[in-house]
Design a protein around this ligand. Structure first.
Ligand code: F0G
Length: 458
């Protein structure tokens, strides 16, 4: 018989979890104004709010914490990270930042001006936030297939090259400082982008004279999908695929909290020395001197080690297959999940889960609330609350997909936890017709409202 996959590691240290009762959770979420971000994590049994900064570091990463060099300038740990970025990703120039959105802030401070247009594949919310904050416009050119939650397509993160070319050809190119490709595409379900598509985007960028920047948070998971699904890549190593991926880009922003398996950190990778110099000024103002940029030396060491571990096939296989295990389990229960399963998360289609609850009543948020009450499992809404209001009309923007994301932290939970999550979701699903109404907003912030919004049941 074929041997099943199993984790290429064993567990050296554990963290105890607190259990609460359903009655307690009912009051706790009410006190939290039905906003899952307001819950104390002690009252969450399985936390799937995000896969960002929630991974478990390895013994070798912890060893880096001990040997970190905390010198303000020129630290040994900085050079270790610089070498890892050059060797694994291929970028000559890099700037450390405290996390991914800080990398966006620094780079966009150089590149994005009022009235600019930044096309891409469903920009992540902080990316879009940094673009819109500068009064520029993010144009989504993702393929239409991405918005059908059950259509099987191997690379639902792809850009529609025709849509992209239309944007590039119909606008003055000096208004388009870059195209941003997000790997994997978080917003449309953790879906990968093919190498062929990336190459196509890169060719268009060259043809029209703009840059290609990769939002790289989950670049290694993207490389895994290329190896598994794209012709010609089966025999390549993840590290080969990663190298080729970045060879098409002029630069990258990185949230190291995902695929580099650290709890905090980010960076910018660049090829162009002049752009690096301009960005360095903003890095010093916003983040810190260019050889630490908001990171401790020890954290840069752990990040260098994490980049290496995170781009190994055995690790990626066990990680992505665990996510698929959860997805399959829920699918077997009849729960409407997005397919193919994403790399870092399972996305539940709330419009299909609660077809009788309109998007104006935030059905994905309702699902998140009910899953928490049922099992103490915390997911996150990727729907109308996250989509925010239109900056001009101030009306709610209704995204095509209304999802509850269950993001799986790296190297943290076992498949027993996955079984528990699926069972909790099934119990809510079995009762789905008993929920007559959704939620209404009591108060919200003018931008990125989902973090602090206060809600009540209708
Ligand atoms: N880009 C993508 C694709 C992301 O998913 C994130 C963060 C960022 C950029 C920003 O990075 O958090 O380090 O500042 N995503 C997290 C999530 C928050 O839960 O998906 P950051």
């Amino acid at each position: 018989m074929d041997l099943p996959y199993a984790e290429p590691f064993k567990i050296k240290s554990i963290e105890m979890l607190k259990r609460t009762t359903k009655e307690e959770r009912y009051s706790l979420i009410k006190e939290a104004s039905y906003n899952l971000f307001n819950l104390k994590s002690d009252y969450v049994y399985i936390d799937l709010l995000t896969d960002s900064g929630t991974g478990a570091m390895s013994d070798k990463q912890w060893a880096e914490i001990m040997i970190g060099d905390e010198s303000y300038a020129g630290a040994r740990s900085y050079y270790k990270l610089k070498k890892a970025i050059k060797d694994i990703l291929g970028f000559e120039y890099f700037l450390p930042t405290h996390q991914g959105r800080a990398a966006e802030n620094v780079l966009f401070s150089v590149l994005v001006k009022e009235g600019d247009i930044v096309p891409g594949n469903s920009h992540f919310d902080t990316t879009k936030g940094h673009i819109e904050f500068r009064k520029a416009i993010a144009v989504d050119c993702t393929i239409e297939e991405a918005f059908d939650s059950t259509l099987i397509h191997p690379f639902k993160g792809n850009v529609d090259l025709e849509k992209l070319e239309k944007v590039l050809s119909e606008n003055p190119i000096e208004k388009i400082p870059m195209v941003i490709m997000t790997l994997t595409n978080n917003t449309s379900g953790g879906q990968p982008v093919s190498m062929k598509n990336l190459k196509g985007v890169s060719e268009l960028c060259k043809k029209y004279g703009t840059r290609l920047i990769i939002d790289s948070a989950r670049f290694a998971e993207n490389a895994y999908f290329i190896k598994i699904r794209e012709e010609g890549y089966q025999d390549k190593t993840i590290k080969d695929i990663v190298k080729e991926t970045f060879s098409y880009a002029d630069g990258m922003t990185m949230s190291s909290k995902k695929d580099a398996i650290v709890n905090m950190g980010g960076f910018i990778g660049l090829r162009d020395e002049d752009l690096f110099k301009q960005a360095s000024t903003f890095n010093i103002i916003y983040e810190g001197f260019i050889t630490y940029g908001g990171m401790s030396g020890r954290d840069m060491g752990a990040l260098a080690q994490g980049l290496d571990e995170g781009t190994e096939f055995d690790y990626l296989e066990s990680r992505i297959k665990q996510v698929a295990y959860l997805g399959q389990k829920m699918k077997d229960y009849g729960i409407p999940v997005m397919e193919p399963f994403g790399g870092h998360a399972i996305f539940v289609d709330a419009k299909k889960f609660f077809p009788h609850i309109p998007q104006s009543e935030y059905p994905a948020q309702l699902l998140g609330v009910e899953l928490y009450v049922e099992g103490g499992v915390r997911g996150v809404e990727i729907g109308t609350l996250l989509a925010d209001r239109d900056p001009v009309t101030r009306e709610d923007r209704y995204p095509k997909l209304e999802l509850l994301r269950l993001a799986i932290p790296r190297r943290v939970y076992t498949n027993n936890h996955m079984d528990y999550i699926a069972a909790s979701m099934k119990n809510v699903f079995d009762r789905r017709n008993e929920y007559k109404n959704g939620l209404k907003i009591l108060s919200e912030a003018p931008i990125m409202r989902h973090f602090t919004v206060k809600l009540d049941k209708i």
